[in-house]
Design a binder for this molecule. Structure first.
Ligand code: TXA
Ligand code: MG
Length: 319
């Protein structure tokens, strides 16, 4: 049985479970994470079992205090401190050389480590209360959608983890940007809420953009972030004609106002702005899985750089 814990009254229970080496799903501003004490390899190993995740996929370590950085990374470049100052707490993961004492269970055997300070008051309070750093991937079964609410975590992992700490709906809704600082030029390995252009502004040097499904990020596989139902993506004209031809019941997720006039059952309009859209995307796909209708039709969002992270996740969700 998995406990559903309230952030208001049960923070101590969550702290005790983590300290005892149990798995607790925790809220972050991006998506819920499946947390274990990062200094306890037996606890971290349970994450891979609960998710069904291959052991060579490294985990991100979440810290609550900048002073913890040097316990997890070595040879920390000045660029890391500049980015931490500008974007932490926040949705940016720094890839650095790992400190010698970090267990290979955390890093999937790699010599680098991903670290971030999450911007969620509930998780920050928990990290600060316990003094722990937690290793946490997204709290979904392997290849499924990342959860943005406690109930979505429960839907995927109930019975496989000790508890979920409910901190409400995630405000960002998409996974963090991952930037690799271990080689000469900073490189974004996973597009996310913080763009390469924003990183360049702070660093004053070029930052290379991600290649689609970068093999330097184990687990950055092509088919990922998938809803239970087949997802098809169309531009506006294609979607209008697909809806006219479709005899099947479909769930339609769209941005253009034209689709509202069609009064389709089980359809939903997504926000025009990137941040609003990202916040609701996974939630809407989760919801689509629970509605009648055998397929999800989605209107392709804008293809501009601002929408890179959304388009990256959508490509994987439909592949
Ligand atoms: O927003 C987020 O980043 C969320 C929240 C919970 O913090 N976490 C998250 O973790 O998305 P996960 O494990 O689902 O995705 C992290 C990705 C994985 O594809 C992993 O392989 C990659 O980051 N990664 C982590 N450490 C790495 C390393 N040392 N080298 C290369 N890739 C790494
Ligand atoms: Mg994930």
């Amino acid at each position: 049985m998995t406990l559903l814990l309230s952030a208001l009254t049960d923070q101590d229970t969550a702290a005790k479970l983590l300290q005892a080496g149990e798995l607790v799903a925790v809220p972050t501003e991006t998506v819920y994470g499946l947390a274990a004490d990062a200094s306890n390899p037996q606890a971290v190993a349970k994450i891979f079992v609960a998710k069904g995740r291959p052991a060579n996929h490294p985990l991100i370590v979440h810290i609550g205090d900048l002073a913890q950085l040097s316990s997890w990374a070595r040879d920390i470049p000045a660029q890391a401190l500049l980015l931490a100052k500008a974007f932490w707490p926040g949705p940016l993961t720094l890839l650095l050389a790992k400190a010698d004492n970090v267990s290979p269970v955390v890093t999937g055997g790699k010599d680098s480590i991903g670290i971030r300070m999450p911007a969620h008051p509930v998780l920050l309070a928990l990290l600060q209360q316990t003094g722990l750093a937690v290793a946490a991937p997204s709290a979904n079964p392997y290849k499924k959608l990342s959860p943005t609410s406690a109930l979505q975590v429960m839907a995927g992992l109930d019975g496989r983890i000790a508890a979920v700490l409910d901190g409400g709906d995630c405000s960002v809704g998409l996974e963090s940007t991952i930037v690799d600082l271990t080689s000469a030029q900073p490189q974004v390995l996973r597009a996310g809420p913080i763009s390469a252009a924003e990183l360049e502004t702070v660093l004053g040097v070029p930052v290379s953009a991600p290649k689609s499904h970068n093999v330097a990020v184990p687990g950055n596989v092509k088919a990922h972030y998938q809803p239970g139902k087949p997802l098809k993506i169309f531009n506006k004209a294609e979607l209008l004609s697909a809806l006219q031809q479709s005899t099947d019941a479909v769930i339609c997720l769209y941005q253009s106002a034209e689709f509202t006039d069609l009064a389709l059952p089980h359809s939903r309009q997504l926000p025009q702005d990137k941040a609003g859209y990202a916040r609701l995307l996974y939630r809407s796909l989760f919801e689509a899985d629970t509605l009648p209708g055998s397929q999800i039709y989605l209107e392709q969002p804008p293809q501009t750089p601002e929408w890179d992270d959304v388009n990256d996740r959508l490509r994987r969700a439909c592949s």
